[in-house]
Design a protein around this ligand. Structure first.
Ligand SMILES: [Zn+2]
Ligand SMILES: [Zn+2]
Length: 153
């Protein structure tokens, strides 16, 4: 899983917002692949069978509106989930061990989104009523942890 740095030649800009529009942002540069997370926490946080997350470097994100309105819920130690307090849209999650990366919820992005699915993670935890599709994508039993974020033993 690579997170592309914004290059000088890249002019790609992807915009997104929460449901009510109070929170707006733009992502500069290419988008990484979308990680489909089947963990039980994402299920509750999204109100659906899974979450679709794009890891984005903080410096790629320009907040247009509402950043100071965001609320954060620490769903497990060091894991924050940011949401809009007005409409409840999940906006991103962030791990303290990888604080420079926000995992933006792909459903907030304005169409058309120029990336595609990367992989499934936490497949062992998938909802009983939502079989993981046989789509040929890599499947991970747990989270994908980039090499750069792995804590030394
Ligand atoms: Zn909102
Ligand atoms: Zn998850």
């Amino acid at each position: 899983m690579h997170i592309h740095q914004t290059s000088e030649s890249s002019t790609a800009i992807t915009t997104g917002s929460c449901l009510c529009g109070q929170v707006r942002f733009a992502i500069h540069g290419e988008l990484a692949g979308i990680q489909v997370c089947h963990c039980s926490q994402c299920r509750k946080a999204q109100g659906g069978p899974l979450a679709t997350n794009i890891p984005v470097n903080q410096e790629q994100i320009r907040w247009i509106a509402g950043r100071d309105q965001l609320r954060h819920f620490e769903s497990s130690p060091g894991k924050l989930r940011a949401f809009c307090p007005q409409c409840g849209s999940p906006v991103y999650s962030q791990r303290s061990s990888l604080a420079g990366v926000l995992r933006i919820r792909a459903g907030l992005l304005d169409e058309q989104v120029k990336t595609s699915l990367d992989s499934h993670q936490y497949v062992a935890s998938h909802a009983s009523w939502w079989p993981v599709p046989d789509d040929g994508l890599p499947r991970h039993e747990e989270a994908i942890v980039p090499a750069s974020a792995q804590a030394p033993h």
